[in-house]
Design a protein around this ligand. Structure first.
Ligand code: SF4
Ligand code: SF4
Length: 281
């Protein structure tokens, strides 16, 4: 595999004029990252998982946040993501709680697939769709792939196999980020329409701010990068204004956006992870 970064294939232009549907803002998707840790250590993991301490979402708090979102947002799909979401010990409870909020017609989960062979019937019957990221290393065995396809067919779960042999090189040193360049990155970034996220009572237009907040141990304040889900009147208008803003996020000064160059997938070794973590001590 070439080590030369390849240019990214840009997704089609996005419509940023959000429309209302039954009084709620129609969106592509909403996601919750229910664990920060993972059983892999991918470099350029957009959730920054290898660099973050282990963390699990509280199912009750997540349900409260998703309910507040459901009062003003109408995403086409709700996604459970991580880290590796199959590592959450209360995953089945989360699936049940999210389902009863009626946030979206489709409940999906994004996984690296390594643990899917261990999942019980209750897991498969609680899902509508699964996205399985496939990396060059470690490869899923043919036996596990066949097992996943069989279980998905049995429980009518839609499978989306996503080959991920390249990752977007998103992280950047904020000292190299001027306002004009950051403005451009934010303007061109397709992730801000596709990866809406709820975390800790806040709605974010992308997944970077809460993870950068954890990475920097709160020493840089990214809390202004989202909208607090207060559940009171005016929330829908606050979200609409936020989603259509021109001003970049604080997180954008630390990010190259979704259109950045690609790099081949690789796993970080423990020493590399420790060296990177040490930079944030
Ligand atoms: S499998 Fe996904 S969550 Fe885990 S380290 Fe790789 S990219 Fe990050
Ligand atoms: S931090 Fe900014 S540039 Fe990075 S993904 Fe989010 S919106 Fe895009």
């Amino acid at each position: 595999m070439s080590s030369v970064p390849k240019s990214h294939v840009f997704p089609p232009p996005l419509d940023r004029r959000y429309r209302l549907e039954d009084g709620r803002v129609r969106t592509r998707s909403l996601e919750a990252h229910i664990v920060d840790h993972c059983n892999l250590t991918c470099a350029e993991c957009c959730s920054l998982s290898p660099l973050l301490p282990p963390w699990c979402a509280d199912p009750q708090e997540l349900e409260r946040d998703v309910r507040r979102c459901a009062s003003v947002l109408s995403p086409a799909v709700f996604k459970l993501v991580g880290g590796e979401p199959l590592l959450h010990p209360g995953l089945l409870e989360i699936l049940q709680r999210v389902r009863r909020t009626a946030i979206a017609p489709v409940i999906s989960l994004t996984t690296n697939g390594l643990l899917l062979g261990e999942m019980p019937d209750a897991f498969w019957s609680a899902l509508d769709a699964l996205t399985i990221s496939r990396y060059p290393r470690p490869r899923l065995s043919a036996q596990l792939i066949a097992q996943i396809e069989s279980r998905a067919a049995q429980f009518h779960v839609r499978l989306n196999w996503k080959m991920q042999d390249q990752f977007v090189h998103m992280s950047r040193d904020p000292s190299s980020a001027g306002i004009d360049e950051t403005q451009r990155v934010f303007h061109d970034c397709w992730i801000r329409e596709r990866c809406h996220m709820v975390r800790g009572g806040v709605f974010y237009t992308c997944t970077r701010p809460p993870h950068l907040h954890t990475l920097h141990r709160g020493r840089i304040n990214f809390s202004g990068d989202g909208v607090r889900l207060h559940g009171g009147p005016g929330l829908r208008e606050e979200l609409l204004t936020y989603l259509q803003r021109d001003e970049p996020l604080q997180a954008c000064f630390h990010c190259r956006g979704g259109n950045a160059a690609m790099q081949p997938h690789r796993l970080l070794r423990r020493a590399q992870i420790e060296a990177q973590r040490a930079a944030y001590e």
